[in-house]
Write a protein that binds this ligand. Sequence first.
Ligand SMILES: Nc1nc2c(c(=O)[nH]1)N(C=O)[C@@H](CNc1ccc(C(=O)N[C@@H](CCC(=O)O)C(=O)O)cc1)CN2
Ligand SMILES: Nc1ncnc2c1ncn2[C@@H]1O[C@H](COP(=O)(O)OP(=O)(O)OP(=O)(O)O)[C@@H](O)[C@H]1O
Length: 200
Amino acid sequence: MPSRHELRQLIRQRRQQLSTIQQQQAAHQLAERFCGLSFLPDCQHIALYLSNDGELDTWPLIHALWQRGKQLYLPLLHPFTSGHLIFQYFQANTPMRANRFGIPEPDWSCPDVRPVAQLDLICTPLVAFDALGNRLGMGGGFYDRTLAHYPTQNSDDQSNHKRPKLIGLAHSCQQVAAVPSEPWDVPLPAICTPDAIFLR
Ligand SMILES: Nc1nc2c(c(=O)[nH]1)N(C=O)[C@@H](CNc1ccc(C(=O)N[C@@H](CCC(=O)O)C(=O)O)cc1)CN2
Ligand SMILES: Nc1ncnc2c1ncn2[C@@H]1O[C@H](COP(=O)(O)OP(=O)(O)OP(=O)(O)O)[C@@H](O)[C@H]1O
């Protein structure tokens, strides 16, 4: 089995090699599939991310969700707690700045930060995934650290506890046979690609 490092390199190269047309088609197909998710009507506060490094372009999805009246949030590298993320309200006119990875994020504004426990759905980026919901990210451990303290809701969870649902977004070519998992990894109960939805 390839190491996490090897897998990260391989799949990052693979998605970077998609053509502009392939990227555009994928982004629109994903938006359409995502908007058909059975639990979407129950989700009002949704965290997304702005794409980077060949990730599937989330803009078509962002526009589709705004059209449906959803309130959207983007991750910011935590201003004090290194390695963690916070999620901040995002509208078309939100002032933005590039973080240290060059990814645009909202200018930090305390009143617009929404605690993780008050989000209904968190869409996570990923580099590689497998059919069991194991996730390999860019290697910063940001999502794993941020989500470690919050029990998230499984797709078959019938309880009334208010917990954010989690869903990974990816190109189909990011699926691998098995992601070597580590004890700190937060598995994804759902993954949406342009071609399929994987539920654990
Ligand atoms: N679109 C998007 N936003 C995101 C993430 C993500 O994976 N995708 N993150 C998910 O956690 C966080 C940022 N994590 C990142 C970790 C590494 C690199 C990166 O490009 N690393 C370079 C080396 C950068 C350096 O000089 O330190 C590399 O590996 O080539 C980018 C984002 C928060 N925002
Ligand atoms: N809950 C946690 N507490 C402390 N350290 C953690 C935690 N989760 C991950 N880490 C550390 O973060 C580093 C990177 O983890 P990993 O390779 O799983 O990141 P990733 O999932 O690929 O990245 P990301 O979540 O940012 O997309 C590891 O060295 C790991 O020890």
